[in-house]
Each structure stands twice: as C-alpha cells, then as structure tokens.
Design a protein around this ligand. Structure first.
Ligand SMILES: *[C@@H]1O[C@H](CO)[C@@H](O)[C@H](O)[C@H]1NC(C)=O
Ligand SMILES: *[C@@H]1O[C@H](CO)[C@@H](O)[C@H](O)[C@H]1NC(C)=O
Ligand SMILES: *[C@@H]1O[C@H](CO)[C@@H](O)[C@H](O)[C@H]1NC(C)=O
Ligand SMILES: *[C@@H]1O[C@H](CO)[C@@H](O)[C@H](O)[C@H]1NC(C)=O
Ligand SMILES: *[C@@H]1O[C@H](CO)[C@@H](O)[C@H](O)[C@H]1NC(C)=O
Ligand SMILES: *[C@@H]1O[C@H](CO)[C@@H](O)[C@H](O)[C@H]1NC(C)=O
Length: 631
C-alpha cells in the first residue's frame, strides 16, 4: 500500500464517518430553528392515523401528502389498538406500525411520532386500553402506581421497536411527543410527566428531540410542559398567531416556533351541525406561520374513519359520541381524495419549498352499486345461543363491561319482572348509570330505550316473572377531559316502580367474532323473511348480499329510513350509523373489502326501528351533512 492509497482509504473512511455523524436532528436554540444534518430545517407536516385507514391505502395517502409538498407526517399510536389484552401485543396487518413507517420513509416523509400513552385523537378512551379500568378508582394519566406500571410495560415494547426508526439511527422519526396536551387534564401531575420523561430518554436516548404539545392558555402550558421536553403549542384558524406564538415564547424563550396541531377542519358528534373550516383561512394562516419560520403540523391532513367501535366521545355538559367518519373536512377526504383545500395548501407551500413535480394522484374511483334488499335474521335475545357462546354470568347486581372483560360493543342484561305492572310503570336509572344506551324489551316485545344524560326514565308494562331484556350499547369511551374513566354497561342499580332490580343474567356478546366467522350467511336456516306481524322494533339483525360486479371500487353505504345501528361487510365492522340523528348519512366502504367474484355479505344490526322496505343503497359519494329524516 503506498501513501496515496492509504490516504485515499483514510479519506474514504473519514467521509463515511462524517456522513453517518451528519445524520442528526436537533434544536438550534441560538437561532430559533431546527437543524437537520446540521442545516436549518422547517417542517411542513400533516397528521395521518394509520389506525383509521385500511393498510392497502396507506401508500396512496402518503404519496398524496408528499405530492402536496409536505416533508413530514405526524402519527399517533393508539395503545388500545395494539394491546387489547394486558401483555398481548398486536403489530400485524392493519396494526403494522413499522410497515407504515417504512412506507412513509420510502415516500420521502419524515415522521413526528406521538406515542402517547394518552393520545385523545377523538379515539376510544383517548387510546388508553379499557382494561386499565379494572382497577376501581384508578387515576389515569397520573403517577398512580398501577397506571404507571402498565404504561412502563407498554412503552418498553413500543419505544424499543421505534429505536431503529429514529432519524439519527437511519430511520425517519425526527421528534417524539411525550403525552398529549397534558395541560388540559385536571391532574397536572409533574411526577407522572417526569416518569414519562425518564422512560422516553431511557428507550430513545439523549439525542432524540422530545417535545410536548398544549393548548393556547397559560394553565395548559404550565401543567403540560416540563424541562427537557421542548414546549410547542396548538391552535386553529380562529386564533391570533402572534399572540399564540408569543405564549409559546414565554414558556420556551429560545428555539423554533411550532404549531403542532393547526386545525384544517373539525370533528362531528352525532346530533351536531356538520363542521367545516374555510379553505382560504387555512391556507392564509398556514402561509403566515411558515413566513415566520414556524414549523407547522396540519391536523388532520387525512382523517380517515372510526371503523368498528373506535370512535371516542366528549363529555362537557353531557355525553356526546363522535361520528364514524373522521373526514374532518381535511385536505384529503375520508376516502383519500384531494380537495380544493389541498390544492390551496399546495400553492402556499410552493412559496416556501419545492413541491415535487408530477401530477397529484387522482381520487380513487367510486361506484354506485345501487340498492340491496336485506332480510330479517332475528333479534339478539332470540340468538343468544349463537351470539353468546359462553352463556351468561349470574349476578345479584349489574356488572360493568369492564368487570366482565368485554370492552366494546353490546351486552345483554336479563332479569324477571318482580311484580305485575298493569299500568305503565317507570323504569329509572336514578344515578344516570346507563353507559351509554339501553334497548329494553319485556317478553320479546320492545318497549323503548334509556340514554345516558338524556333519557333516564321510560315506562314499561308486564306481568310478574316476565323476562326483562336490556341490551346496552357502549357508544365509545370519553377521550378528553376529566371523565375519561368511562365505565360501560349498567353502572348502578335500576329501579322499576319501587323495586330495585336484582338477580341478573348478564350475557357478553361476541357479535364481531361470530360475524367474522361467516354468520349469518353461513347459517341460512336462521335467515328468513320475518312474518308480517312480528315485532320489527328493537335490536334486530338483517342480512343481504351485494352481487359481485367484477369491480371492487370504493363506495358509500346509505341507510335511509333506518334509525341507528352497526354495519358489517364481508365480516368487517364498518362502524356505527345513526341516520336519524345525523349529520353523517353514509358509511365509507373501502373498495378492496369487496369481492369481485363472490357475493358480498352485508349484515346490519338495527337497534331501534328498520324502515318498512329494508333496503340499503350503495352510492358513489359520501353524505356527511344532513340531519335525520331526510331521505
Ligand atoms: C429510510 O430510507 C432511507 C432512504 O431511502 C434509507 O437509506 C433507510 O435505510 C431507510 N430507513 C429504514 C429504517 O428503513
Ligand atoms: C394579535 O396579537 C398581537 C400581540 O399579542 C396584537 O398586537 C394584535 O393586535 C392582535 N391582533 C388582532 C387582530 O387581534
Ligand atoms: C350543511 O347543510 C346545511 C343545509 O343545507 C348548510 O346550511 C350548511 O352550510 C352545510 N354545512 C356545511 C359545513 O357544509
Ligand atoms: C326475538 O326473537 C324471539 C325468537 O325468535 C321472539 O320470540 C321474540 O318475540 C323476539 N323479540 C323481539 C323484541 O322482537
Ligand atoms: C309514563 O307514564 C306516565 C303515566 O301514564 C306518564 O305521565 C309519563 O309521561 C310517562 N313517562 C314516559 C317517560 O313516557
Ligand atoms: C359470503 O358468505 C358466503 C356464505 O358463508 C360465503 O360463501 C362467501 O364466501 C362470503 N362472501 C365473501 C365475499 O366473503
């Protein structure tokens, strides 16, 4: 080896070394900015939740975000999506977070990770697993020992997996949020936040940018921020930008300005007016923030869908559950289609960085498959041998979903009338203990319903010994505020006339498991057109098939004239409908769910009252803004 070769080898070695070392993401406190690989960096990011998008569409949505000119995405990790049973972790299929990160990395998008443990997100219980509630009086999001133990176990699994995805380790995660808007929570427990800081540092190292996000008030910033975690703020279009960033500055005197949630739209609750945020306001304010050098994450950029039972709820003056669509009036629609808002945002981004050349991928094709007539299968009470294979639990007093370890969906509570009720007699939930809605029948005849916060009494009639069946629906656990210990089922004794009802048979129901295994289509004996005079009110299953057309395109199912319930197609739970209350009128059906060659199996659980003509309609566009009663 001569000197020249040696020098060459040394140079090569050094340059490889420096290249590796230059992979860094840091905060430049002196110049109020981020540095990526040592160069000034401003992120223009959008929120997208893999848990709300079918995996076959992840790449499509990410590509559209990249083509808008974003250089980063912000991602929540819902703990309850991955650890349904304590100690059992699921990261497969639609829960394959690393596959999602990989797709983002391949697309050229950096990641701002928000692993919780609490995420809000209008997601069931803010992402916390409902099994935490098995400890009565647990103080969630605090230094409660059992809560901390569960958090530590979970974060050890999750954050260890994330290590190789950190930017300085060759991945795309540039920063990680600790907790989520913690300052909005009553506990204001610094010991909890310190514990989290220790865990995050232990698993992610000293080099990782860790941050917090809080609402735009002093109280929130005081309780949500902690030394060593970079304090960021979130606000929407109705906020004075300089005042908000002024507040961030008071808590973080040096470093980049960051709006971690700039609201492009807003969510809907059942019974709300449909929310929308003006596209011009969004793009104008985005431009103003970027011009100040701020890094901005748009919440949401692609909202997606609360499939199954994953919607959350709010509880301010009363319980209000979030609708199935999480379209959010975001730049990409629920079905992933680019909107005018997206194009306006792209025009703003162009003023600050190069937007990738080439066309924006188009909207996915939609198909109006038309009407399908459904047939009655039967009601829950009459199908218990199928729906509740384990049979009932006997209990003097009612037990909650959490006590019986069925966390989502529906349960049946059964007892006998203690005396003759010849006149209409009030059935009362004196402590507002129905969480969230109860469908009541006596000897197979539907009587009506009770609803949390709004209907605490109803009348029933019957004879001593008659069978009283109460089907209780969990409509989604509260995801925000001080009422997140949201137990489900019948939480306190019911009173009938003057009697406290006791001696219950409580049936856990595995409706989703049974439907995923092919019921009721696999069991045609149970499918029969109901006799004309049979009770058609109360919880009742219907089924039908959509004939294959050779095309499996996205579509939207509309249940006009139906009241409230749940829809499955080919075994997949598409979520809740509540045509009567609105505003959402159609449910998103992702095309790849449909078979091109076999009959597609539709199952509907209508909870209150089906229309005379039990038809559903597959349309080629969504209807998210209409109140009940409209056709
Ligand atoms: C992310 O993408 C970059 C560039 O394509 C690649 O070099 C790197 O290995 C990827 N990281 C991971 C963790 O896959
Ligand atoms: C916004 O806040 C700034 C500083 O806090 C104030 O000077 C300005 O008047 C406010 N603008 C509006 C439109 O209220
Ligand atoms: C919803 O529809 C109503 C009635 O047509 C209309 O007044 C309202 O502006 C719509 N809202 C949104 C957000 O589109
Ligand atoms: C439920 O089904 C059973 C058995 O088919 C029937 O006897 C009962 O009346 C039905 N109940 C209602 C509320 O329709
Ligand atoms: C129950 O019946 C009583 C007596 O008929 C009536 O006054 C009352 O309004 C009824 N309550 C409900 C909730 O229907
Ligand atoms: C619908 O159910 C039938 C009967 O169980 C089954 O043969 C068929 O494969 C199902 N269709 C799809 C698309 O899964």
């Amino acid at each position: 080896m001569n000197w020249k070769t040696c020098l060459f080898v040394v140079t090569l070695y050094l340059s490889v070394c420096t290249a590796a070392e230059s992979r860094s993401f840091t905060i430049d406190y002196k110049n109020n900015r981020f540095l990526k690989d040592g160069a000034p960096f401003q992120y223009i990011s959008g929120s997208i939740h893999y848990s709300r998008i079918p995996p076959y569409y992840w790449k499509d949505r990410l590509l559209k975000m990249y083509m808008t000119g974003l250089n980063a995405i912000q991602v929540y990790v819902p703990w309850n999506f991955h650890e349904a049973v304590p100690g059992v972790y699921n990261f497969a299929g639609d829960r394959d977070l690393e596959h999602f990160l990989d797709l983002a990395n391949q697309t050229g998008l950096l990641v701002i990770l928000r692993p919780g443990p609490y995420i809000c997100a209008e997601w069931e219980m803010g992402g916390l697993p409902a099994w935490l509630l098995q400890k009565p009086n647990i103080i969630l999001r605090s230094a409660d020992t059992d809560y901390l133990q569960a958090v530590s176990n979970w974060l050890a699994v999750l954050l260890s997996k994330m290590r190789r995805w950190l930017y300085h380790n060759g991945g795309n995660i540039i920063s990680v949020q600790v907790e989520n808007e913690y300052g909005s929570y009553f506990a204001c427990d610094y010991n909890y936040m310190r514990h989290l800081r220790t865990l995050f540092r232990f698993f992610l190292g000293e080099d990782m940018v860790l941050f917090t996000t809080d609402g735009n008030t002093d109280r929130e910033m005081i309780c949500g921020t902690l030394e060593g975690l970079y304090a960021t703020i979130d606000f929407g279009t109705d906020t004075n930008i300089s005042a908000a960033f002024g507040r961030q500055r008071r808590f973080e005197p040096k470093g980049p300005l960051v709006n971690s949630e700039f609201y492009t739209g807003w969510l809907d609750h059942w019974g709300d007016k449909h929310a929308a945020v003006d596209s011009q306001k969004v793009s104008r304010m985005l431009g103003e923030m970027l011009a100040m050098g701020a890094s901005v994450n748009m919440y949401m950029f692609e909202g997606g869908t609360n499939f199954g039972y994953w919607n959350g709820a709010d509880h301010d003056t009363r319980y209000r559950s979030v609708v199935t669509s999480y379209d959010y009036d975001a730049p990409l629609t629920e079905a992933g289609d680019p909107t005018e808002k997206l194009l306006a945002i792209r025009d703003v981004i162009r003023q600050f960085r190069d937007v990738p050349v080439g066309p924006m991928p188009p909207a996915t094709p939609k198909l109006a498959y038309g009407f399908v007539t459904l047939q009655k299968v039967g009601n829950i009470s009459g199908l218990l041998d199928i729906l509740s294979p384990q049979g009932p639990v006997q209990s003097k007093y009612p037990q909650t979903f959490e006590e019986l370890k069925q966390y989502y969906g529906f349960m049946l509570y059964r007892t006998a009338l203690p005396r003759n009720l010849l006149e209409a007699t009030p059935l009362i939930s004196p402590l507002n203990g129905i969480h969230d809605r109860a469908y009541v029948s006596v000897n197979g005849v539907y009587q009506g319903l009770l609803e949390r916060d709004t209907a605490l009494v109803m009348n029933i009639t019957g004879k001593q010994g008659d069978q009283l069946d109460i089907i209780v629906e969990n409509m989604g656990r509260v995801n925000f505020g001080s009422k997140i210990n949201d137990y489900k089922g019948i939480l306190s004794n019911l009173i009938l006339g003057k009697d406290v009802l006791t001696d219950w048979l409580i049936y856990t129901l595995d409706i989703d498991g049974v439907i995923a295994n092919g019921w009721p289509q696999s069991n045609q004996g149970h499918v029969r057109p109901g006799p004309v005079r049979e009770q058609a009110d109360g919880p009742m299953f219907y089924t039908g098939t959509l004939k294959p057309t050779g095309l499996a395109w996205d579509t939207f199912i509309k249940l006009s004239g139906w009241t409230k319930g749940q829809v499955w197609i080919n075994g997949v739970n598409l979520g809740r409908y509540w045509s009567k209350r609105g505003p959402q009128q159609t449910l998103y059906v992702p095309g790849p769910l449909l078979s091109t060659s076999q009959p597609n199996n539709i199952t509907v659980l209508e909870l209150e009252k089906a229309p005379t003509q039990t038809k559903v309609l597959f349309m080629d566009r969504p209807q998210l803004n209409a109140t009940g009663g409209q056709a």
